[in-house]
Design a protein around this ligand. Structure first.
Ligand SMILES: C[S@@+](CC[C@H](N)C(=O)[O-])C[C@H]1O[C@@H](n2cnc3c(N)ncnc32)[C@H](O)[C@@H]1O
Length: 273
């Protein structure tokens, strides 16, 4: 267990603006920037969770699956901001480590850490009122077979909300050099698995084919590339320990041309499988 002295505070004290303050994200502004920087696994998970939650109807006491929650910041956010119960499911991050974070955040009676792979989920069918997933679904959900498995864990009428990195327009045959060449700090942004970054039209076509889902929204965040660059700019300026380097050079050079976030909202319909 790490010592308390090394831990950044979880919540902002409310005085003045801070290093991650953003007028578009009033709920995220309540969390301490150092806590967010130290636990980052991609673009600011609180900003993305707030964007996604704004499109869902989350009520106190609901059962929510947070799929691919990483270090569980979105799970803490959902519990605190909406009073929901959260099953915080992840593969790479240990549930023991996440449980410790949930205890520190005072939400461990409400947020349950689960270690499970997306194709072998330990839940009852028809269990969740909502499934929520930020920056994770593209790792397994581009497979056309997947949603037919996944949606069973939702109650009929339950909400499915996904936010993934994606594209304003399909990748060209040759990926732009500003994405594939090493950035100033020597690390390259582009990796082969970014082939899973798709447009809203691609997701729309996939999700509208399923009889068991009523698709309500498949849309790119209009200024998603700018929001992403804004995060990277602030992350670069953060002087403390980082799990990953920033991607400011690549994201800023893209100028919201390709890279953005895709929001997918649906409800399980009562059609049988
Ligand atoms: C980029 S991280 C994002 C984590 C977190 N949502 C965030 O935004 O900070 C992607 C997460 O997806 C999870 N993930 C990837 N493949 C998975 C799989 N096959 N089953 C379950 N989770 C998976 C990983 O464990 C990882 O924590």
């Amino acid at each position: 267990m790490s010592s308390q002295a090394n831990k950044p505070p979880l919540y902002w004290d409310g005085t003045g603006q801070h290093a991650l303050y953003h007028p578009q994200f009033p709920r995220s502004n309540r969390y301490h920037p150092e806590w967010v920087f130290r636990n980052q696994m991609g673009p600011n998970v609180l900003w993305l969770a707030e964007l996604l939650a704004d499109s869902l109807d989350l009520q106190p006491g609901m059962r929510v699956l947070d799929m691919g929650c990483g270090r569980g910041l979105s799970s803490i956010f959902l519990a605190r901001e909406f009073g929901v119960q959260v099953w915080a499911n992840d593969l790479w991050v240990s549930p023991t480590e996440n449980h410790e974070r949930f205890q520190e955040a005072g939400v461990s009676e409400q947020v349950f850490p689960i270690h499970a792979e997306a194709h072998v989920l330990p839940y009852a069918e028809d269990f969740f009122d909502a499934i929520f997933s930020v920056d994770a679904y593209h790792y397994f959900g581009t497979d056309q077979m997947y949603l037919g498995y996944f949606v069973r864990f939702l109650k009929v009428g339950g909400q499915l909300g996904v936010l993934v990195p994606g594209l304003h327009q399909p990748w060209p045959r040759t990926i732009p050099a500003y994405l594939t060449e090493p950035q100033g700090h020597g690390e390259t942004f582009w990796a082969w698995d970014m082939a899973t970054f798709k447009t809203a039209a691609w997701w729309d076509e996939l999700w509208s084919q399923y009889p068991f889902l009523r698709l309500e929204k498949a849309a790119a965040v209009a200024d998603g590339g700018h929001i992403w660059a804004e995060w990277e700019r602030r992350f670069r300026a953060y002087p403390g320990d980082k799990l990953f380097p920033d991607d400011l050079d690549a994201i800023a050079a893209d100028q919201n041309r390709y890279l953005t976030f895709i929001q997918l909202i649906g409800r399980r319909s009562d059609s049988t499988f």
